[in-house]
Design a protein around this ligand. Structure first.
Ligand code: ATP
Ligand code: MG
Length: 881
């Protein structure tokens, strides 16, 4: 077998399919764009959805990619099986309505066995097919595959519910019985069974059916091919590694972990090796996920990151690594992947910072968890029980990241067992919840055959024209059918050319009118979207007959467009200003450009401070004041990237791209409509900065007229406040408010003093009510005092008055109560000392306290026992010498 690096294998795969006429698609970010059904990109096909469901027909129907993927449902497998990671790369080839089974099988066979490519021994390869898929069987036979190497398995059917589905065929590599974990005669010992000998390397999916909501499977209008080969697995075969981990993709990470550990070495102990593998896997997953804009948090994607970082941390502890270490593996991951993913090294400092912060946070939580565990164990023992409840173990696991075994071990040291059934039940409930919420199943829409088959060209001329005369009507669609004429109601239409912008990149579609050649109104345009083959599809409210082949005047709402234009260019300025002020790592997470306002979402760990917002606003407005001409350049993607253009919103562009350049300040790939000079934006004002989900912030802003109106409104509020406060100049407002606040504080203070005086007077009269109890003169009273200090003040007055030997005061504070006992130093009897008395009476208010011989105090939870406490004091004094 050829010796090759992982980078060479990846490149060879892409080169092979390029040589077969495929276009290489870049590895899309792990965080799906505009796809709420999916938590992470989990396969190559997940990024091809809009091609597979017919929403867009790609220029070249043959595509290939090496796609970053995350599969959280494989997390428990990591380290335990040879072949699973949470983060891996899927090499794939795709045919969108072009070649099908026969060709897909032929390509796979050629790539694997041809001496020019991987040159695998055909004897080592096994295939599984769907039992009824005779075509697939014949395709393999045609390649010369030995029939005894083809297995029929029911499982080989790819179906994700409603939408595309079809049989598949998996390719296995025989790693030899010597590498197996089951016996030769084990029933699982076949390709597709649970064993380590037959390694699934590649899956070819033949997407030929449409799974209908009623359960039927019907032929797809366009049949597609989707394949996936795990890079790590194929590399493990080529580099003759026992598992995916002993390859150049992981070994440097494992070696760096060994150094950090300084205690453990890889390859010595089975359990330690699992920890090494988990750390290596999770280091890659979190590095790439953070690089692609995800951030740790308590929900969704962020929660997955948090779990991965915690698991890695705990496994680090197993290897004797204390404190935060995972962040140190980021540069190693970056170096390994540099040839295909240079962006990781570029962002390594930011990624490492995010990971280190999260690790530190975890070690604090872990300490809190240990304290909680100790408290729980103490409580169980105090109650003379022997079992720690399952929900406690689960809470430790779920909230504090404690592995169950750790809890069992600690409980065991204290002589306790753990209620495992209770723990398992909670764990299951959690998994069920997670499964429901996960959304990492794929979903795809159905192909719209009608629209997919419309291939008439249509040109967008709206960058330069707001109106065109003589546009010829090409297609009319009414209620899912093509017609030649429409006279009223709703319809969708395509013209040979149009100035109407179709919604894209956050910018809304144009509104406007369709006019007959004599200028009469024929229809209102209420929405414009892209049809699968790229034409602008206008949604109309029809008012007069429209006929295919006729020519019309298309006029967009110029005022609407003007406002949208300003907001779109302002969005570019804002995007760059955010990068300048908050840092280059700020990722764009969504955008909306409307005529009335713009909205921009971006990832950020922290809230943007008012000072930063002010700086951002200032920076954007400076670009407006400088009256910079906005240039648009048409070029190819490579040149655009070389120019340093930022690709936003979508990573799928055609051969020709448009670059929008605002002098040296901003350079973005964008198909939207823009102002000719930044001065047209007039003014830019941020109206809100809020959180939208974990780690994502949203800025809403206005420009031009809307900004003017915003300032006007603010001014009106100010005027109203000025009038109310009778301040003629706005500058005087702050002084006035400060003055009012001071006055208010003074009044409040005076009020408090008066209230205290009243209380003192009340107390003072109480102090005169002396009774003689046994040998002593006693004052007892329940007073209204809101804290202990006030009780002590009353005691001071009592001392000055010297009207009795003993004072017992109580005060009610809602359901709680305070007690105070003061004793004249003349009284020398031990049981009448203040601290003795308070100890004797405090239980009546369910409390405790203490103090000196002359003054003691207590607080308690039971105000209802105040009378009883006083009575108790009475009795004790009466009984004393
Ligand atoms: P397995 O049964 O081994 O988990 P799968 O059937 O889930 O694999 P597919 O969904 O068919 O895999 O994905 C296509 C290819 O992607 C697989 O043949 C394999 O090479 C690779 N792959 C899938 N899951 C993982 C993973 N967790 N780690 C590494 N590679 C994977
Ligand atoms: Mg799997």
């Amino acid at each position: 077998m050829k010796q090759m690096s992982s980078a060479a294998v990846r490149q060879m795969f892409l080169d092979f399919f390029k040589s077969k006429g495929h276009t290489i698609e870049p590895s899309a970010p792990l965080v799906p764009k505009d796809d709420p059904t999916l938590l992470w990109i989990n396969s190559g096909v997940a990024t091809m959805k809009k091609y597979f469901d017919g929403e867009i027909i790609p220029k070249n129907p043959r595509l290939t990619s090496a796609q970053k993927s995350i599969r959280t449902n494989d997390i428990e497998n990591v380290g335990h099986t040879a072949r699973h990671q949470t983060f891996f790369e899927m090499l794939g080839n795709f045919s969108v309505g072009d070649y099908f089974k026969d060709q897909a099988v032929a390509y796979a066979w050629e790539f694997l066995t041809s001496p020019q490519w991987l040159d695998f021994d055909p004897e080592k390869l096994y295939m599984t097919i769907y039992p009824k898929d005779e075509t697939a069987y014949n395709c393999w036979i045609k390649q010369g595959v030995d029939p005894s190497h083809i297995y029929r398995l029911e499982d080989n059917f790819w179906d994700i519910g409603v939408g595309p589905s079809g049989p598949d065929s998996e390719i296995f590599y025989d790693r030899g019985q010597e590498n197996n974990d089951v016996a030769l005669d084990d029933p699982e010992n076949y390709p597709g069974g649970e064993n380590a000998r037959y390694l699934e390397i590649w899956n070819l999916v033949f997407s030929q059916f449409n799974h209908l909501p009623d359960g039927r499977f019907v032929d797809q209008p366009h049949k597609n091919i989707d394949t996936g080969m795990g890079l790590e697995r194929i590399v493990s075969v080529i580099q003759d590694a026992p598992t995916n981990f002993e390859t150049d993709l992981f070994l440097p990470i494992i070696q760096a972990t060994e150094k950090l550990s300084a205690q453990k070495t890889y390859g010595v102990d089975k359990d330690d090796d699992i920890a090494f593998k988990i750390i290596a896997d999770h280091a890659r997953a979190v590095t790439f996920a953070i690089g692609d804009g995800a951030l740790p948090s308590n929900e969704g994607r962020g929660y997955v990151l948090r779990r991965l970082i915690r698991r890695a941390s705990l496994n680090g502890r197993k290897l004797g690594i204390q404190g935060s270490f995972l962040a140190q593996l980021v540069p190693i991951v970056g170096q390994i992947m540099e040839s295909y993913y240079p962006e990781v090294l570029q962002q390594k400092d930011f990624i490492a910072k995010v990971i280190a912060t999260e690790e530190e946070r975890f070690s604090e939580t872990l300490n809190e968890g240990l304290a909680l565990l100790k408290a729980e164990i103490d409580q169980v023992k105090a109650q003379k029980q022997t079992v720690l409840q399952g929900d406690v173990a689960f809470k430790l696991f779920d909230t504090y990241g404690f592995p169950y075994e750790l809890t069992v071990e600690s409980a065991g040291e204290a002589g306790l067992t753990v209620d495992q059934a209770g723990f398992d039940a909670q764990m299951q409930a959690q998994k069920d919840r997670a499964r429901k919420a996960r959304g990492d199943r794929q979903s795809m829409g159905s192909q719209d055959e009608l629209l997919m088959d419309i291939k008439t060209p249509s040109q967008f001329v709206g960058y330069d024209h707001l109106e065109v005369a003589g546009a010829q009507l090409q297609n009319i669609i009414v209620a899912d059918a093509q017609v030649d004429q429409v006279t009223t109601g709703s319809a969708q239409v395509i013209f040979d050319q149009t100035p109407f912008y179709a919604e894209m990149g956050g910018q809304v579609g144009d509104l406007g009118q369709i006019l007959a050649s004599d200028g009469t109104l024929v229809a209102q345009v209420v929405d414009v979207q892209h049809a699968p083959n790229g034409q602008n599809l206008h949604s109309l409210q029809v008012q007069a007959p429209l006929t295919v082949g006729e020519r019309y005047t298309l006029a967009i709402d110029a005022d609407f467009r003007k406002k949208v234009r300003r907001n779109h260019t302002a969005t570019h300025l804002l995007d760059q200003a955010l990068r300048n002020i908050l840092g280059e790592h700020t990722h764009q997470a969504g955008s909306l450009v409307e005529p009335d306002y713009l909205r921009f979402d971006f990832t950020s760990l922290e809230k943007v401070t008012p000072e930063q917002l002010q700086q951002i606003e200032q920076l954007v407005n400076e670009q407006i004041w400088q009256e910079i001409p906005v240039e648009t350049i048409e070029t190819d993607l490579e040149t655009a990237k070389k120019m340093g253009a930022i690709a936003l919103f979508d990573n799928k562009y055609g051969d020709q791209v448009r670059v929008v350049k605002i002098s040296d300040f901003s350079l973005e790939l964008c198909g939207g409509t823009h102002v000719q000079n930044t001065a047209e934006i007039g003014i830019f004002k941020i109206t809100a900065e809020t959180a939208v989900g974990a780690g994502v912030r949203r800025i809403t802003a206005v420009t031009s007229q809307a900004a003017f109106q915003y300032y006007e409104e603010q001014g009106q509020y100010l005027t109203a406040v000025q009038q109310e406060l009778k301040v003629p100049q706005a500058q005087g407002l702050l002084d006035k408010v400060v003055q009012l606040e001071t006055e208010l504080k003074t009044s409040q203070k005076q009020l408090q003093e008066l209230q205290a005086q009243a209380a003192q007077q009340q107390a003072s009269s109480l102090l005169d009510q002396v009774e003689t109890v046994g040998n002593y003169r006693l004052v007892t009273a329940i007073v209204s005092a809101s804290n202990m200090n006030e009780l002590r003040q009353i005691a001071d007055t009592w001392k000055q008055k010297a009207s009795s030997d003993i004072l017992v005061l109580g005060a009610k504070l809602g359901t709680k109560a305070n007690l105070l006992v003061a004793v004249n130093p003349k009284v020398q009897v031990a049981e009448l000392q203040a601290n003795s008395l308070i100890k004797a009476i405090a239980p009546a208010i369910a409390g405790g306290g203490g103090g000196r011989a002359d003054l003691a105090q207590a607080g308690g939870k039971n105000a209802a026992g105040l009378q009883e406490a006083l009575q108790k004091a009475h009795t004790l004094i009466a009984a004393a010498e």
